[in-house]
Design a protein around this ligand. Structure first.
Ligand code: HPA
Ligand code: ZN
Length: 319
């Protein structure tokens, strides 16, 4: 029995496996510049975040209809459930779809077909988090939040993702303020490739409750101390860090140092179709390669529920 856990850092578009990408391409008459799934998998050799994002945005062009989004999310939920996930807080990138003429209704209604029935069908409760693309303008983020207004009953929070360096959190102060006023929870990617200052800015300017990645906090001891004192959760993604060359190898991952510093760490898969594993695989890998013992793994699993946006005690106990 895999350890029951929550997944808090998961881009639904990053769960698009090559087989489903080809199936959707055929269904929607979209041509992909790869001969087959093997040729596509061969392209998964990334040198940094941007080299991954280029392929991530290219491949998601096969997602066109409500049914596509539902199939995508359902495939993820089934895989996650099999690896012990009992709760998933799922990111989506509406701007990447709106820009291709796929409407907010199509995206949210499609995702919700799978998420709204996930508890019964997979035993996985869900939340949806709308991410703004930080390499797009602040105005575009505001327009995206506006487009999401009819769907706010199904959206729990907002996040910030895509190319980090050169796009500091403060650029999105206004849209995060607007989101807070609408009662939305807030998270942001920070300190993945960007400097530790972006982590501080995400906390102080955007008011985020969790930091996605946050690895580079280790460059600033005062920040590490603050994160520990304030129990700010970090949603770490070790397999992503290896594939995007944020760390050289998994054996070099600073997860043990972060735990030793008293930080509230959680383990997540980020874009599992691209990075070589789902969250259960991530737990297995850190146990084998970093030698984390059972107590540490249970702490990580427990943190994932504590750091989640599940509010109700009863709901938490049921996990
Ligand atoms: N970082 C930033 N943006 C992203 C990622 C990531 O790991 N995955 C999908 N969008
Ligand atoms: Zn991410």
């Amino acid at each position: 029995m895999p350890l029951p856990k929550a997944e808090l850092h998961l881009h639904i578009e990053g769960t698009l496996e090559p087989e489903l990408a080809f199936e959707l391409a055929a269904r929607n008459d979209v041509s992909l510049p790869y001969a087959d799934t093997e040729a596509l998998r061969d392209a998964y050799r990334f040198t940094d975040l941007q080299s991954f994002l280029n392929l991530y945005y290219e491949l998601m062009t096969v997602l066109r209809t409500e049914r596509d989004f539902a199939d995508l999310a359902d495939a993820y939920l089934a895989r996650a459930a099999a690896q012990g996930v009992r709760h998933a807080e799922i990111f989506f990138d509406p701007q990447a779809h709106l820009a291709r003429g796929v409407g907010m209704d199509t995206v949210v209604d499609g995702l919700w077909r799978a998420l709204g029935t996930s508890r019964e069908r997979h035993g996985v409760s869900t939340r949806l988090i709308l991410c703004f693309l930080r390499d797009e303008s602040a105005e575009s983020a505001l327009a995206t939040l506006d487009a999401a207004r009819p769907h706010l009953d199904r959206i729990t929070g907002v996040g910030l993702d895509s190319a980090e360096v050169g796009h500091p959190p403060a650029k999105f102060r206004e849209v995060f303020e607007a989101a807070a006023a609408l009662g939305l929870r807030r998270v942001a990617h920070a300190g993945e490739e960007g400097p530790p200052e972006y982590i501080t800015e995400a906390l102080d300017v955007l008011g985020v409750e969790r930091i996605d990645h946050g690895l580079r906090c280790l460059e600033d001891p005062a920040l590490v101390e603050r994160l520990a004192r304030e129990r700010i959760p970090l949603t770490l993604c070790p397999l992503s860090n290896v594939r995007l060359r944020t760390v050289d190898t998994l054996a070099d991952h600073p997860l043990p140092a972060l735990l030793d510093a008293g930080l509230m760490c959680t383990l997540n898969s980020d874009d599992p179709a691209y990075f070589g594993g789902y969250v259960g695989d991530t737990f297995d890998a850190v146990r084998e390669v970093l030698g984390l013992d059972g107590e540490r793994l249970r702490e990580l699993a427990r943190n994932s529920f504590l750091a989640s946006f599940l509010e109700d005690d009863e709901e938490l106990r049921a996990r």
